[in-house]
Design a protein around this ligand. Structure first.
Ligand code: UD2
Length: 301
């Protein structure tokens, strides 16, 4: 997209900051972030930063004034924290998302919301399509499902242009910290020469999607005519955690041993996206294979 005024909530975060980078050269970009986990240093100078909570209506109003599109990426992304503190995560992930949708109504702005594979819980089919049943297994998943459904209903009820993108397992540069996902954990362990910790037997599978592919899906969602819809965003292929551990030791040349621990309570066994709807409707095509995505993380390119 070009020559638009856009707001990226959570623009200092992992996915948000990559999206900002893609938007900034051709658009007027605003970021609303409290930098609780995001980082200001990832933002280009041309971006207008509003520092504040996503749940603060005044900050949101200021950040959203006159925008054409809102990309809503501000969230508490930790599934385990949502289990420990469901109300706290609900405030940020659901209550604040409703504020964003309401603000978008005020501005008549399109909204692209970050939904998640977590809406499916234990998928009843593989690969899982958007019409599969949704039975989230965590407060986080419940919150994402509610946002996803609100987005759809705001399109019907108020004629708002909304799109929900259901991300599978995102990875890429700048993903870090305790809730960051298995790829960044394994890479850190491999680099430090520490044991690579597989939880359970390692036969569980995930659909790992590179953040640059997620960014392109967002740009496509910003212009599609097919609004009021949710789209799976993954690659369509699954990798076991065992295979992942081997790919990472190979790519890093690490001599870290691979060890097994207890599996995570409630862990999803298999997760993989049917992306035919996003392909057909958004023109979405993932470009980064897991091998090349990991290689570029290792090389720092
Ligand atoms: C991902 C998302 C989560 C939610 C969920 C939906 C991330 C970081 N999280 O959770 O937000 O959308 O999907 O289903 O993308 N593992 C190990 N060793 C480790 C760390 C993890 O074996 O040191 C295993 C873990 O037990 C799991 C798999 O790797 O089986 C993936 O774990 P994760 O935390 O990266 O992501 P996931 O799928 O639980």
């Amino acid at each position: 997209i070009r020559d638009k005024t856009v707001l990226v909530t959570g623009g200092g975060g992992f996915i948000g900051s990559h999206l900002v980078e893609a938007l900034a050269p051709h658009n007027e970009v605003r970021v609303l972030d409290n930098f609780s986990s995001g980082d200001r240093r990832h933002l280009p100078d041309s971006v207008t930063v509003v520092e504040g909570d996503i749940g603060d209506p005044i900050a949101l109003q200021r950040a959203a004034r006159g925008v054409d599109v809102i990309f809503h990426h501000a969230a508490l992304v930790s599934v385990s924290r949502s289990v420990d503190a469901p109300r706290r995560s609900n405030e940020t992930n659901l209550d604040a998302s409703l504020l964003v949708l309401e603000q978008a109504r005020q501005e008549d702005a399109r909204v692209v919301v970050a939904s998640s594979a977590a809406v499916y819980g234990h998928p009843d089919e593989l690969p899982v399509s958007e019409t599969a049943s949704t039975e989230p297994t965590s407060p986080y998943g419940i919150q994402k499902l509610a946002v996803d459904q609100y987005a759809r209903r705001y399109a019907d009820l108020y004629d708002l242009e909304t799109v929900a993108l259901r991300y599978f397992n995102a990875y890429g540069p700048r993903q870090q910290g305790p809730y960051s996902g298995v790829i960044s954990t394994f890479l850190e362990q491999a680099r430090a020469g520490e044991p690579i910790t597989i939880e359970g037997d390692g036969e569980q599978t995930r659909d790992f999607v590179h953040v640059s592919d997620i960014v392109r899906a967002n740009l496509q969602a910003a212009t599609t005519d097919a609004v009021g819809e949710a789209y799976n965003i993954g690659t369509g292929s699954r990798t076991s955690i065992e295979e992942l551990a081997e790919t990472i030791t190979d790519a890093t040349g690490s001599d870290s041993p691979i060890v097994h621990r207890d599996s995570r309570p409630g862990d999803i066994r298999h997760s993989g996206a049917d992306i035919s709807k996003a392909r057909r409707t958004l023109g979405f095509e993932p470009r980064v294979s897991l091998e090349s995505g990991i290689q570029s993380l290792v090389d720092g390119t």
